[in-house]
Design a protein around this ligand. Structure first.
Ligand code: GLA
Length: 384
């Protein structure tokens, strides 16, 4: 990300200097579709981010430019002022969610640019939300804590974009720490940082981007969530203490077979199993046992593909190829329906895996997959 270029562009558009803020995208080692089920996730922020120059302009209007799209937009801060472009809805939504929490909002000028690949499952939208939530909180001295900033981003997705996402992406973007994954208990908000240095154990972490667009807006993502909620409702009839699927025992799900649809059943089964798988993976991580971590990742992929049905042919092919290349762990990452696989590969197999997956994917689908080695980085911050 060229910070000087963003600064220069800001001056060119709005004829004075601005302050610079940045927030990253994220990976998630394991624990997928568990956040809105009250379970655990294990994300880390990455070295790909959205960076913005911002200056308060003393009016009640926002003038914003998306440099990478070469698009500008101006909007007010009242609920009825919703801008048209999707990228502007994220910025507008953050302002509205701040206002709803009693924060002062005011107009500003801004340009932003990013290198989080769009639609690849690395949470470019959370990076955008977190950049503005963090920046406005800082510039206007709003005094929101970091968790509230993440919640502001999540509420933006719910209320201004229409994706009923969990908290993982915004949490990772705000709380990320270089060299660490962070295990978040999405029910209690409790979180623990895990030092994560696969290279020290002789492994590398790499994303393989299928380049099949993953698009959660208007996707079956929300339907997955509804299935889980129906399963909770049914289980609660027998076990009133169950608030989320994370609270449910496997046997309790079996009790409601016949009372929920087969589809809701397999979705809930996945979610319950994934919570357990994540805890197993964390124990293995603590013991430095990467082989077990990898096995759990493969297990997650099967669950996401067969039970949760959020994979696709291209991603299943990438996963299968990883297995054939002796990769330690591989699975679809993020919301699904395209995007990337995340792969834990022993260092000695890395080069041959990358060469093979590139070649076979191109041969099979005619698409050049993209390779992103993972660098775990810091979360939202001011650059200058
Ligand atoms: C998307 C959502 C997250 C999470 C993942 C799946 O990235 O934004 O809240 O549900 O999908 O784990």
């Amino acid at each position: 990300m060229d910070v000087n270029l963003i600064s220069e562009k800001f001056e060119a558009y709005y004829s004075a200097g601005g302050e610079i803020y940045t927030s990253p995208g994220r990976i998630n080692l394991i624990g997928e579709h568990t956040d809105y089920n009250g379970g655990f996730v294990l994300p880390g922020a990455i070295d790909k981010s959205i960076t913005a120059a911002i200056r308060l302009n003393g009016t009640d209007r926002v003038r914003a430019t998306a440099l990478d799209l070469d698009e500008s937009c101006e909007f007010g801060l009242e609920e009825s002022d919703t801008p048209q472009p999707l990228w502007a809805k994220y910025i507008f939504g953050v302002c509205r969610e701040i206002a709803k929490r009693g924060g002062k909002t005011t107009g500003f000028d801004t340009v932003f640019s990013g290198d989080v690949p769009l639609g690849a499952g690395m949470s470019s939208s959370a990076a955008l939300e977190s950049t503005y939530a963090f920046a406005l909180n800082d510039m206007l001295s709003l005094g929101f804590d970091k968790m509230t900033l993440a919640l502001i981003g999540q509420a933006t997705e719910h209320n201004y974009v229409g994706v009923k996402c969990g908290i993982m992406d915004q949490f990772a973007s705000v709380f990320g720490k270089a060299g660490h994954l962070v295990r978040l208990d999405c029910k209690t908000g409790e979180h623990v940082y895990y030092p994560f240095d696969p290279e020290a154990h002789g492994y590398k972490l790499v994303l393989v981007d299928s380049c099949v667009k993953h698009e959660l807006v208007g996707s079956p993502y929300n339907r997955r969530r509804e299935s889980c909620e129906r399963a909770v409702e049914a289980i609660r009839a027998n076990h009133p203490e169950v608030e989320f699927l994370r609270d449910a025992k496997h046997e309790w799900l079996e009790e409601v077979i016949g009372r929920i649809s087969q589809e809701d059943y397999i979705r809930a089964l996945y979610a319950i199993e994934e919570v357990e798988r994540l805890l197993d993976a964390c124990r293995a991580l603590e013991a430095g046992d990467m082989e077990t971590v990898g096995r759990k990742m493969f297990g997650t992929h099967v669950g996401l593909s067969v039970l949760y049905e959020v994979s696709c042919e291209e991603i299943d092919f990438l996963n299968e190829t990883a297995k054939e290349c002796g990769v330690t762990g591989s699975r679809i990452m993020g919301g699904g329906f395209g995007g990337c696989t995340i792969n834990l590969v022993s260092a000695d197999r890395y080069d041959s895996f990358i060469a093979t997956v590139r070649e076979r994917y191109k041969e099979r689908f005619g698409i050049d997959c993209k390779i992103y080695p993972v660098v775990i980085s810091d979360g939202a911050r001011k650059l200058r």
